[in-house]
Write a protein that binds this ligand. Structure first.
Ligand SMILES: Nc1ncnc2c1ncn2[C@@H]1O[C@H](COP(=O)(O)OP(=O)(O)OP(=O)(O)O)[C@@H](O)[C@H]1O
Ligand SMILES: [Mg+2]
Length: 278
């Protein structure tokens, strides 16, 4: 299994949209894919149509449905932290979406686990421990990270073989990348010596605008000798935002739109770069 963390501490750069649509594209290409929602915002969970699972228990009184038997990555992490048996719960937590993608959902209560994780022994290795259980079950595992560089993304980077870094082609695109890459270098040195950057993915591109051209030129000038940059550039497109509310990826009903096509090209690049790997 190749585990790819979709990371950038900058918010709203297309991490979740990329996780869901890259995952769906890899399924279309015949691969077995597990998505892990590792952001307390639970946007990937919502995107794939499980909005009710992202609600807190208290929301029952406000007319949300709450599933008593609902399992989540945070529930399993809680078991792990409390030294309870977590393996069966972990496997039961996997949702099987009708598009063929599997998902371990999460909810806002993941945020409450940040401190307990941080204070635990081997704090950065909790997610790695859970995902090891799926090593022989999937070809790809994609982890949707929260926009920060705290203990949760650190866990994702420690569990991952590869980092996919979406960069919005808007002002100051280069700036946050430096901090992210310093953190990734630290993770590689201290925790995960095999960690590599799979690629930088330009998102929210608007053809012919100076903002997009400048951002791509700036990032390319700074990093193209050191880091792979995907040829596929993700355009800004209304359908991208609209699909997030439908419970499906772009490929469910809009597989031929340009945005879906760019995600399919991205999937082909990912497959190509990871060829021969387990
Ligand atoms: N290519 C696109 N064109 C237009 N809108 C998009 C595109 N990709 C994503 N969006 C929308 O932009 C917003 C931010 O995207 P997304 O949630 O994927 O970013 P994110 O990096 O996961 O954000 P966060 O850091 O908050 O987790 C969402 O409302 C999403 O639906
Ligand atoms: Mg997100």
């Amino acid at each position: 299994m190749k585990t790819i963390a979709i990371v950038n501490q900058k918010g709203g750069v297309g991490k979740t949209t990329t996780t869901v649509n890259l995952g769906a594209a890899l399924v279309k290409r015949g691969y077995k894919v597990l998505l892990v929602d590792f952001d307390p915002q639970a946007n990937a969970t919502t995107h794939l149509g499980y909005a009710e699972l992202s609600c807190k228990k208290e929301d029952v009184d406000n007319d949300y449905i709450y599933y008593e038997d609902h399992l989540s990555i945070n529930g399993v992490l809680d078991d792990l932290l409390k030294h309870r048996d977590y393996v069966e719960t972990l496997h039961k937590s996997v949702l099987h979406h009708e598009e063929g993608i599997d998902l371990i959902p999460c909810n806002i209560e993941l945020a409450a686990l940040e401190y307990p994780i941080q204070s635990s022994v081997a704090s950065e290795r909790k997610l790695e421990k859970l995902l090891n259980e799926f090593e022989n079950d999937y070809d790809y595992c994609l982890i949707d990270c929260q926009p920060s560089l705290n203990v949760l993304p650190l866990n994702a980077m420690t569990a991952a073989n590869l980092l996919l870094i979406p960069v919005a082609t808007q002002g100051l695109a280069v700036k946050g990348l430096t901090d992210l890459l310093i953190t990734a270098t630290g993770v590689k040195a201290e925790l995960n010596s095999e960690l590599e950057v799979l690629g930088i993915l330009f998102t929210f591109a608007e053809a012919h605008t100076n903002q997009t051209k400048d951002a791509i030129a700036g990032v390319s000038a700074a990093y193209k000798n050191d880091l792979p940059i995907f040829n596929s550039v993700i355009p800004k497109a209304v359908i991208g935002g609209e699909t997030a509310m439908t419970g499906h990826s772009l490929f469910y009903k809009h597989g031929s739109c340009p945005l879906a096509q760019r995600y399919m090209e991205l999937a082909d690049e990912v497959i190509d770069s990871t060829k021969g790997d387990k």
